[in-house]
Design a protein around this ligand. Structure first.
Ligand code: NDP
Length: 494
């Protein structure tokens, strides 16, 4: 099928000069220019100028100035604005999906269904919390000495300015998780997108202004994370950092925030496992593996990368998986029939090809794929690797790509122990028709979220976040309230 035609709004937006979005206005960056590269072609799509340190400071000042009025706005009005933004994103679904697909290499179908439709769903979910973020009344335990009485209550008070740092794999959706959660609590935000995908959030910020969000409530600062990140985190107005990204950067962000007494939430990567129990058919296992490991070219933090299969089924599963993966329709993300687009950037392709070289050196067997696809873009064949042992590098290091590592087990208890030996614990899944057995494994798998007979389903009502080295704090559900509010206690003698 041919590529879909780009909307005029998309080509016009790409042709505009870009920078950051501060105080309700698009501003050109004062610092060095950088290109946004189309990963499907390797060609530049747009040029931005990085924000200077002075512009980062202006964004933080703007968010601080907007904070008091936003905090004091009736919660109903805050919720209504979030609903308006949800409606606006739904209206602009195709424009934003095309823009995101161009910048990230995500297939247009996925950009529509995940980036946009999920962003709309999350915005509506968080809007529903407006007016429901409350403290509680408490019975005081103090004795009364002279007939006096005591009571106490708590309030949930917004923290202030939130610095939201987001990666390139779902740049709209992950930013929306943070923006919506912060805003409904009464905080204001300064978002720092990835350098690879800086455009769609600029458009989102413009649309928010069209919806009536006051200037300064949502700011977007673009430029190199290594320079702007520390400036934003270290800024006197930063009350909280919400970071999603790699383990290495996240740990540096966590240290910087902690050193300055800033609240911080870290949503990091890891090495997620999927455990298939022996009661499933080969076809059921293959369907599960493709769902768990290969969506968005595997560039999903919660995707499974290590697959534990019963010893008497692994050969048949890998053979059927090879047939399935070899027939994957790989191509332009803007072709609606494409199932797999390019990796999002050259650095990602280089990182994965280096890991594949390591796998070969260590004696892992490349069952299928394993090669970059020649041409202009950053395409990689969907890959399955039968690892030599549980200590292979590919069982430990995140590829963040369409690369599954497969290993057999004789005893599922042993597989569980191996999975739990990982220093990471973002997500895991267990697959079986025996729900009782699957539930028992889910209780003992060490991960922030465990799916049974599914993988990578994120729902706004269900808390999400990592355990062990995969981060701290939880997004979604009601858990987000802790992260964006201060719990204040008020005691009264009467
Ligand atoms: P990075 O950690 O490289 O970057 C994430 C963000 O941090 C980017 O905006 C980046 O900006 C910024 N940044 C870079 N250096 C600093 C710094 N010193 N201080 C503050 N911010 C900085 O991650 P990727 O963008 O490469 O994303 C992929 C990673 O994200 C994977 O490891 C994946 O597992 C993880 N991830 C985790 C998720 C979760 O919910 N747990 C969800 C999605 C992804 P710049 O681009 O300009 O360098």
């Amino acid at each position: 099928m041919p590529q879909i035609p780009l909307l005029a709004e998309v080509t016009t937006f790409l042709a505009r000069p870009h920078g950051s979005y501060i105080e309700g206005t698009a501003v050109l960056g004062d610092d060095a220019p950088f290109h946004v590269i189309n990963p499907a072609t390797g060609e530049p799509l747009a040029t931005l100028n990085s924000a200077s340190q002075a512009q980062a400071d202006a964004a933080m000042q703007s968010a601080q100035q907007a904070f008091a009025a936003w905090r004091d706005m009736p919660t109903l009005h805050r919720g209504t604005l979030l609903l308006k933004l949800a409606d606006k994103l739904a209206e602009k679904r195709e424009e934003l999906a095309q823009l995101e697909s161009l910048c990230s290499g995500k297939t247009i179908q996925l950009a529509r269904m995940l980036e946009l439709d999920q962003s709309v769903a999350f915005l509506r979910y968080f809007a529903g919390w407006a007016g429901k973020i409350n403290g509680e009344t408490l019975d005081v335990s103090l004795p009364s000495f002279a007939g006096e009485k005591y009571t106490a209550f708590t309030r949930r008070q917004p923290l202030g300015v939130v610095v939201a740092i987001v990666p390139w794999n779902f740049s709209i959706m992950i930013a929306v998780w943070k923006i919506a959660a912060a805003l409904v609590c009464g905080c204001t935000v300064v978002v720092k997108p990835s350098e690879y995908t800086p455009l769609t959030l600029l458009r989102l910020a413009e649309l928010a202004t069209e919806c009536g969000f006051p200037p300064g409530v949502i700011n977007v600062v673009n430029g190199p994370g290594g320079e702007l990140g520390p400036a934003l985190i270290g800024h006197a107005n930063c009350a909280k950092v919400s970071f999603t990204g790699s383990v290495a950067t996240g740990n540096a962000v966590g240290r910087a925030a902690a050193a300055q007494g800033k609240r911080v939430t870290l949503e990091l990567g890891g090495k997620n496992a999927a455990l298939f129990l022996n009661d499933l058919s080969v076809t059921e296992m293959v369907n599960g593996i493709v769902e768990a490991g290969y969506l968005n070219q595997g560039q999903i933090c919660a995707a499974a990368e290590c697959f534990w299969l019963p010893a008497d089924k692994i050969d048949a599963v890998l053979q059927a998986l090879k047939t399935r993966l070899d027939s994957t329709v790989i191509g332009s993300p803007l072709d609606e029939s494409t199932a797999m687009g390019p990796l999002a950037n050259r650095a990602q392709l280089e990182k994965i090809t280096a890991l594949l070289a390591t796998a070969r050196r260590e004696g892992d067997e490349i069952v299928c794929g394993g090669e970059a696809i020649a041409g202009g873009g950053y395409f990689l064949q969907p890959t399955a690797i039968r690892v030599a042992s549980a200590s292979s590098t590919l069982m430990k290091e995140e590829t963040f790509g369409p690369v599954g590592s497969f290993i057999s087990y004789d005893d599922p208890e042993q597989a569980l122990q191996n999975i739990n030996a990982s220093p990471f614990g973002l997500a895991a899944s267990v697959w079986s028709r025996n729900i009782s057995q699957a539930l028992r494994f889910s209780e003992r798998l060490e991960a922030g979220i465990v799916w049974i007979n599914m993988h990578t389903f994120l729902d706004p009502a269900v808390p999400f976040g990592g355990s062990k080295g995969s981060g701290s704090g939880r997004e979604f559900g009601s858990a987000f309230i802790d992260d964006y509010t201060e719990l204040k206690s008020i005691m009264v003698r009467y």
